[in-house]
Structures are given as C-alpha cells and as structure tokens.
Design a protein around this ligand. Structure first.
Ligand code: MRU
Length: 336
C-alpha cells in the first residue's frame, strides 16, 4: 500500500507481510479513510488466513475469528471496517467443505471483490453527485475523501473528479485539516496529480471565504452515518456545516451505503476515536505547546442531519427527511 504518512514528500510503498502489519498500518494511518480501512482489513484477514498452517477446520476457524476481533480493535469510528469484517465472516461461514484451502481461496476472492466493488461504487457516486455541481463552482472540501481514502477514485473527490471529467470548470478549496493535515498532504496531492485547479487554506479560513462569497458548495466524505442522517467525519466538519448553513451554502456528504450504520438511530451513538495527544502538541515531531499542557484530540465530530443538504450515495441522492430517504435507498438496492 502507498504510505500515506510519507505523502506528499515521498511516494513510497509499504509491504505488509502478515496481518499484524496491516493492523499496524491502519492504526498508524499508513492507510486511512473509511472505505480504504475496510478494504485493508478484508485484505489483511485474507492474508492472515493464507498464512495459517492449521489443517483442521476447527483450529482454522478459531484463528479466523480471533483475527477478526483484532482487526475490529484497530480504529473505532469508520463503520466500513466493521462492515468489511462482517462480509468476510459471512463468506467464511458459507464455506461448507472442511478443506481449509477452499476457505483460503474464498476469502482472498471476497477481499479482492470488496476492493473492486468499492471503485465501481465510487464511480457511480461520482455520476450521481456531479448533477449537483455547476460549471464555475468553487467547492470546499475537508480531510481526504479521495482515491487514497478508498479503493480508488474517491467519494467526495469522486464527485469532484466526475464533474471535472464532464468538462465542468471547477475550483476546489482544500482545508488543510488539522491536526494530521490530510487536506494539505493528501487532497492537495490528488488535486495536483489530476490537474484540478485547487487552493489550500487553513481550516479557520473557511468561514471568511464563505462570507466573501467564494464558496458555492461544500462536499465532504463520512466515516459513519446514522439512520437519521447524522454524519461523523474528520474533526472540523461540524464547524464547516454550521458555517455553510449560516452562509446559505449547500453542504453535501458523499459516502457509500457501507458507511451508513442502520443500527444507530442517531449520531450521538457513534463512537469517536481519540488519538495521541502529540498529534496536537507537536508538529512533525517538534513540540509546539508548553510541556505538560493538557490536550484533547478527538479525531472526528458528528454533523447533525439538519445541516446536511443531501447525502450522495451509489444508490442515489438522499434528502431530508433522512430516516425515510436512507431507508428507501437500501430498499432500492436490495430489489435491484
Ligand atoms: O482519520 P482519517 O484520515 O481516517 O479520517 C478520514 C476521514 O475523515 C474521511 O473524510 C472519511 O473517512 C471519508 S473517506 C472517503
């Protein structure tokens, strides 16, 4: 996998030789972004089982479920991780033969399928979302919801890419995204590679740009969306949504159905990851705050559904009331 920690300074690849390497890569943000975390976990589970020397199905099963539990501990907020683990479990259960090699093959195939499907889903999301973008628009985005954060193409940036590919003239304002700088390091890198005109700003500049009339719409990704439309995304997203409402700027979320957690009624139930305090108190390993300073570092926040203009998915665009529109998207997908 490309080492997202090293971008944009270096384009280096990390080789995961065992499933533990994949868990470490998820934890330390070598790979990050909700769909990419799910795909990595599926691939990691397949890798771990390929290395399993147990010949009895019972031992093989025990190892599989233990490993799934370990992956589930890697990061708490992005539901795609748990969604991918559940898919791997379901497919594992369906292997009825006692031959462990059959199970290995099925798991590898399923992991590859999860990755391939994600790219197709992103492209469909792009097609669905580009109708919301008009030529000449200036779009604000936060964090990185691009090719790096997914199997490829991107969710929020997939919509931007699709509109750009359609020939629409766009300008993207990229929030740097404190404290880990996914915007400055990763989204800016993707926009540069794609030749999509973009300008980097610090997170605190967004309100001023909206007041100046420089932003037509906001599009961000999500890590988990509750059944009522409340959406968890990178810390700072909530502030953007409130600012967007104040300035009458449409605020869109682009996310696959696998990011929607129908088991949660509202965003209050979404677990929010707290990360190491040094992400805030240091910059590139150099301390920027007084020693001993208390630090609070939630990695995500939850945007209440009333601030969200629409949710763009591969199955269509959901609009308020979300309880109803999200349910209809799932029903439509089940029927198709
Ligand atoms: O901590 P990260 O970098 O994994 O957070 C990622 C985000 O918040 C993204 O916006 C989200 O996962 C959507 S990615 C398509």
């Amino acid at each position: 996998m490309i080492d997202q920690k090293a971008l944009p300074i270096e384009e280096t690849y990390v080789i995961c030789r065992n499933y533990g390497d994949v868990i470490t890569a998820i934890k330390d943000l070598t790979i990050r972004g909700a769909p990419a975390i799910g795909i990595a976990a599926a691939m990691g589970i397949a890798l771990g089982m390929l290395h399993q020397s147990a010949t009895s199905r019972e031992k093989f099963n025990n190892h599989f479920y233990r490993m799934c539990d370990e992956f589930a501990q890697a990061r708490p907020t992005a539901v795609n991780l748990f969604w991918a683990i559940e898919r791997m479990k379901k497919c594992f259960k369906n292997v009825v033969t006692s031959d462990v090699n059959d199970a290995k093959r099925v798991l590898v195939d399923e992991a590859i399928r999860i990755g391939d499907e994600d790219i197709a889903i992103n492209r469909q999301m792009g097609i669905n979302g580009r109708s919301l973008v008009t030529s000449g628009d200036t779009i604000l985005t936060h964090c990185n919801a691009g090719a790096l954060a997914t199997g490829g193409y991107g969710t929020a940036l997939g919509v931007v890419r699709a509109a750009h590919e359609e020939g629409k003239e766009l300008h993207v304002f990229v929030d740097e995204t404190r404290p880990v700088l996914q915007g400055a390091r990763l989204t800016a890198w993707e926009m540069t590679k794609e030749n999509i005109p973009a300008t980097l700003i610090t997170d605190s500049m967004a309100g001023f740009l909206m007041k100046q009339g420089k932003i037509n719409l906001v599009i961000v990704g999500a890590d988990r969306i509750a059944a009522n439309g409340d959406a968890a995304n990178k810390i700072g997203t909530y502030s953007l949504a409130v600012l967007a409402k104040e300035h009458c700027v449409p605020f869109y979320i682009a996310a696959p159905l696998s990011t929607i957690d129908m088991a949660l009624h509202s965003g209050d139930e979404i677990p929010i990851e707290e990360r190491d305090t040094t992400e805030v108190s240091q910059f590139h390993g150099v301390r920027t705050a007084p020693e001993g300073m208390a630090v609070y570092n939630p990695a995500f926040d939850v945007t209440p559904h009333r601030y969200i203009t629409a949710i763009i998915t591969e199955a269509g665009i959901a609009r308020p009331p979300y309880d109803e529109s999200i349910r209809q998207l799932f029903e439509g997908k089940r029927k198709s």
